[in-house]
Design a protein around this ligand. Structure first.
Ligand code: GLN
Length: 265
């Protein structure tokens, strides 16, 4: 395999590779420990070859019933990942990860029920499927909703408040500190966004607003954020999820209990 590496650059804790003039891939430095100077070009080429193999093997579906699925699919493809739109239960079978996009959670829930997706997603989560819910997707992942009567997937041990900032005209953008994705603040777009009111003991808080409102969290192989990383050109949150997807799932039943997989009933 021949790679024509024209350029690579650092973007805080992330390495960005440009190959033949195209943005080829982006990796968190926690995965690629390479200093970006030209004398290490051969190491970088080696990293591209080995990691591109991993990413090409990875299949991350995006629930494509409603909402911002096209944007998520575009970013995953930029990152070199196979990213099929998911509408039917059998399409879930070969996935390593799944993104539930932003949109309208009640509409998505209704469509998920009609398409028979609820139970298969719950079962696949028990078997280790990694899921990332953004905005409405975060609402659907939650165990409970504080201000609205609706069913959810009930996978992540957190209580959500829907539309916590008000209506569409109260949408806003803000630079957030998210240490897990790097030092540089992440420009976050909040549109009729939910927030996390309570998080269970197994849930790691990844980011809060300046008033301590929780807006991003992770519970082992489940990831949630109240905003829309798919509306920015910053690929770090998607890279973070891909790193999470590629982490091996333990086959030890006790580890799996620690990983929160027992949450699915
Ligand atoms: N308010 C919407 C809901 O609860 C989420 C909005 C969004 O995804 N931007 O479904």
């Amino acid at each position: 395999m021949i790679f024509h590496v024209l350029c690579f650059e650092t973007y805080d804790s992330t390495l960005v590779f440009w190959v033949m003039g195209n943005r080829f891939a982006q990796y968190q430095s926690e995965v690629v420990h390479v200093k970006c100077n030209e004398s290490l070009l051969s190491s970088v080429v080696w990293c591209i070859m080995s990691l591109s193999g991993n990413r090409q093997d990875m299949k991350v579906g995006v629930l494509a019933l409603q909402g911002t699925f096209i944007e998520h699919i575009g970013i995953l493809r930029q990152l070199g990942v196979e990213a099929p739109p998911i509408r039917l239960p059998h399409e879930l079978n070969t996935l390593d990860g799944l993104i539930i996009p932003g949109g309208e959670s009640t509409t998505m829930l209704r469509l998920m029920k009609s398409f028979g997706l609820i139970q298969p997603i719950r079962e696949m989560t028990r078997d280790g499927l990694a899921i990332w819910g953004t905005c409405a997707g975060m609402v659907l992942l939650a165990k409970s909703i504080s201000n609205y009567e609706m069913e959810t997937l009930g996978l992540m041990d957190m209580k959500i408040r829907r539309n916590a900032f008000g209506s569409q005209i109260d949408s806003f953008e803000v630079d957030l500190e998210i240490p897990a994705v790097g030092e540089k603040p992440f420009h976050a777009v909040f549109i009729r966004a939910p927030v996390i009111k309570e998080a269970g003991p197994g849930v790691k808080i990844l980011s809060c607003l300046s008033d301590s409102t929780i807006v991003a969290a992770r519970q082992n192989r489940l990831l949630a954020c109240a905003f829309h990383p798919e509306f920015t050109n910053d690929l770090r949150f998607h890279s973070y999820f891909l790193n999470m997807v590629s982490q091996k799932l333990s086959h030890n039943p006790e580890d799996r209990i620690l990983q929160g997989i027992q949450l699915v009933s």
